[in-house]
Design a binder for this molecule. Structure first.
Ligand SMILES: O=C(O)CCC(=O)C(=O)O
Ligand SMILES: [Fe+2]
Length: 246
């Protein structure tokens, strides 16, 4: 476990110690297989929201825990790889949310629910996008001034919380945990053209970007010409074996 964890240390990006970006985590053919399974699911498996649609795998997440449903083998193949290679999950991943976004769709800044173990692994397929991390208002200077909470030490630590963005290329894995999970909201803009200038993983994403997407170099923009599909893989520690325990 210890050694595996160290393997992912080299993928840390940005100034937070708890954000990792792994380029090309899966191969092209694995992406195709996953896409085929996702697109081959019955229409009733999709839940349509105003700005995206999603498939829920692994069961229903309640405030008090998970009412589990076994993950299909095509998903455990990837969740097991994430668990093994990251060494960051204390038990097998048991919940996967699949989001599909059209080129002009995104997701509002939000924090993931309290039922999950605070490590998120997001596998991206299809079109690249930029994900923004925005510090919680309790970490912005304004709210501190209002609260009169400027103290040395504590103040310094909390003011390190600055907004940042990550470019999520297809087949990449993003992992965030601890402070990146609890002190920030994450979201994706509803825009077909997104600027990746200054993203924390510009270097790590560059190779693939140039090879596959030839972005406009001066503006550092990506054009989302295809849909994006993401697999948000998480662990709910509290699992209800029995429906009647609720
Ligand atoms: O699509 C993504 O990359 C993010 C999804 C997300 O944040 C979520 O499902 O909670
Ligand atoms: Fe989320």
């Amino acid at each position: 476990m210890e050694e595996k964890h160290k393997n992912f240390d080299k993928f840390k990006v940005g100034s937070l110690p708890t954000l990792m970006y792994i380029p090309e985590f899966i191969a092209q053919n694995e992406q195709t297989i996953l896409m085929n399974h996702i697109n081959g699911a019955p229409l009733s498996k999709w839940k349509s929201l105003k700005n995206r649609r999603l498939q829920n795998w692994g069961g229903v997440v309640h405030e008090k825990g998970l009412l589990p449903q076994e993950l299909p083998p095509w998903l455990t193949k990837v969740t097991q790889k994430i668990c093994e290679e990251s060494g960051l999950f204390p038990a097998p991943i048991n919940h996967v949310l699949i989001n599909e976004y059209l080129p002009n769709q995104g997701i509002m800044p939000h924090q993931d629910g309290p039922a999950y173990f605070p490590v998120v692994a997001i596998l991206s397929l299809g079109s690249p996008v930029v994900m923004d991390f925005i510090p919680h208002t309790r970490f912005t200077e304004k709210s501190f001034e209002e609260e009169g909470a400027f103290e040395t030490g504590r103040d310094k630590c909390l003011n390190d919380r600055r907004p940042f963005s990550v470019l999520l290329m297809p087949r990449s894995l993003l992992i965030f945990k601890d402070a990146a999970y609890s002190d920030y909201l994450h979201g994706i803009k509803d825009a077909e053209i997104q600027c990746f200038d200054g993203v924390v993983n510009e270097v790590e994403a560059q190779n693939q970007l140039e090879l596959e997407f030839a972005p406009s170099q001066e503006l550092k923009n990506i054009h989302r010409t295809a849909n994006r599909i993401s697999l948000t893989c998480r662990l709910v520690l509290k699992v209800h074996k029995n429906l009647f325990k609720f």
